[in-house]
Design a protein around this ligand. Structure first.
Ligand code: NAD
Length: 480
């Protein structure tokens, strides 16, 4: 049984780290491994460490932990480096969004056609992209055999950037493809009998194959749309897999958009709050409206606070058991959410659904599995360059990653009208980042339907580049 060292960068992202730790505990083949938790926020880091240790002690697993604020420590001797850090955090995203809105860019300059996800910045995130390259270069130098696993956004730009510029082994993961399960459940199908496949780029994946008991299952979806879709209402801002926008995209492109792809629609569905509400449902107007995103940020903030509170409690009462938490915590919504998450994590039968640890297990222990993975295209999706990272299903085993043949191929409309324009923006963002040519960023904005004149572009960029955290970005783009 290989014991490995896994470095988690941005480990203060509590729920994510605890999910990985619980998956590790439920993976006998990785017993004895070491997890190095790395973050710049010591308070969050300490809280995660306390909870992770407590959890491992309770389930009797063999795992050791280290914590560090030094990037090198997380990378030296690592076999896998998982990056979930967000440089500048949500505070930076909101600052940029606020400046952008002042100049007429509703939801920020980074909200672009086919990329409306509110923490998926591709234009103003110089520091985040720079960090991806810094980590990759350190891996090349300190642990050249380690795998780099991209979990932080933007996964599409990040994984493409790293695989093009640093010769290390890299993959990206996202959980968007679970949207397929939502459709299967809604249609009342037996998951075991569904044959499905998705393909595209991260946050832009499409259900190219959908068969039930050997027959085309799209007619079942059509029937649901005809009879049931009028009764659809979202339970939360993220609940959009069968929303009017998803159905409208399905009608135009011919197959269903999956997961975050539904958020990444065209301006038609995103012009303003009223438009978003019409397509993504009341009361939020989807995850990326001002209301939906506030809901998400509030939830994240409260979960982080509860996590810190629980960690303090565990520290002061070392004999307490995590299963007693339910009685200890209050009954407000965020605490309930945290308890639910802990219950999931404690359930010995259930893995978190994150793909990272099963991927490591498949590679090292030959526990073959099917994953939806972000890797360079190399001919898998026709009509897309080889060095563009695509999100596709692949079987992983000791021999490596074996991408599935995309069958049937994606419809031409998806490739030509959705993927290629999205890929073009990725190319523009990466070329701007790599060359420092600000004209490319301006060009993106000149083409933006919200831009009324050149002055608006100059002013919004000047103010974003004047933020204290963007000193280096400013030098890179303006040479001053
Ligand atoms: P967050 O800000 O709550 O957590 C990120 C962590 O990164 C924080 O603990 C922060 O202290 C840490 N950090 C910041 N700068 C750092 C640095 N230089 N080195 C190390 N750590 C640093 O953010 P979040 O909401 O948890 O999201 C984290 C990232 O994961 C985002 O990019 C988000 O878009 C992405 N995300 C990806 C998926 C996926 O499926 N791939 C799903 C959800 C979120």
């Amino acid at each position: 049984m290989p014991a490995v060292k896994i470095g988690i960068i941005g480990a203060g992202s509590a729920v994510f780290s605890l999910r990985l730790v619980s998956d590790l505990c439920k993976t006998p083949g990785l017993s004895g491994s070491t997890v190095t938790l790395m973050d710049i926020d010591e308070e969050r880091l300490d809280a995660v460490l306390i909870l992770a240790r407590k959890y491992v002690e309770e389930v009797g697993a063999e795992l050791s932990f280290e914590k560090t604020t030094n990037l090198d420590d997380a990378i030296v001797d690592a076999d896998f480096v998982i990056n979930t850090a967000m440089v500048g955090g949500h505070t930076y995203l909101e600052k940029v969004r606020k400046i952008s809105e002042k100049y007429g860019y509703y939801r920020g300059i980074d909200a672009q056609e086919f990329n409306m996800v509110s923490d998926y910045y591709t234009i103003s995130n110089f520091n985040q992209l720079k960090y991806f390259v810094e980590i990759a270069k350190k891996i090349e130098k300190l642990s050249p055999k380690a795998w780099y696993i991209q979990a932080a956004n933007p996964v599409f730009e990040g994984t493409t950037l790293v695989t093009r510029t640093v010769p290390i082994r890299a993959v990206g993961f996202c959980h968007g493809h679970y949207g397929v399960m939502e459709i299967i459940e809604k249609l009342g199908l037996n998951q075991e009998k569904v044959d499905w496949q998705v393909a595209g780029v991260n946050h832009g994946i499409w259900l190219n194959r959908f068969r039930y008991e050997g027959e085309d299952a799209y007619p079942l979806l059509d029937e649901w749309i005809e009879k049931e879709s009028k009764n659809w209402k979202p339970d939360n801002p993220f609940n959009d897999q069968l929303s009017p926008v998803a159905i409208d995209m399905y009608r135009f492109y011919g197959i269903m958009p999956i997961g975050d792809t539904v958020r990444n629609a065209s301006w038609r569905y995103h012009r303003d709050l009223e438009t978003k509400k019409k397509w993504y449902g009341e009361p939020w107007g989807g995850a990326d409206s001002e209301i939906g995103w506030k809901w998400y940020q509030d939830t994240l903030g409260r979960v982080t606070e509860v996590m810190k509170k629980v960690a303090r409690f565990v520290k002061e009462n070392p004999n307490i058991s995590l299963t007693d938490l339910k009685d200890l915590l209050g009954d407000n919504l965020s605490e309930k959410q945290f308890v639910l998450e802990i219950e999931k994590i404690l359930d010995p039968e259930r893995k978190s659904g994150e793909q990272h640890i099963p991927f490591i297990d498949a590679l090292l222990n030959d526990n073959k599995g099917r994953f939806v993975i972000n890797i360079p295209n190399k001919g898998v999706i026709s009509g897309i360059d080889d060095d563009v990272v695509v999100e596709i299903p692949a079987v992983v085993d000791k021999e490596g990653i074996h991408p599935e043949k995309i069958d049937p191929p994606l419809p031409e409309r998806v490739v030509k009208y959705y993927l290629r324009p999205r890929i073009m923006r990725m190319e523009m963002a990466l070329e701007a980042f790599l060359t420092g040519d600000i004209r490319i960023i301006k060009e993106i904005l000149y083409r933006d339907p919200r831009t009324k004149n050149d002055e608006q572009v100059e002013k919004v960029l000047e103010e974003i580049l004047s933020l204290p955290e963007n000193t280096e970005m400013r030098k890179h783009y303006l040479k001053r």
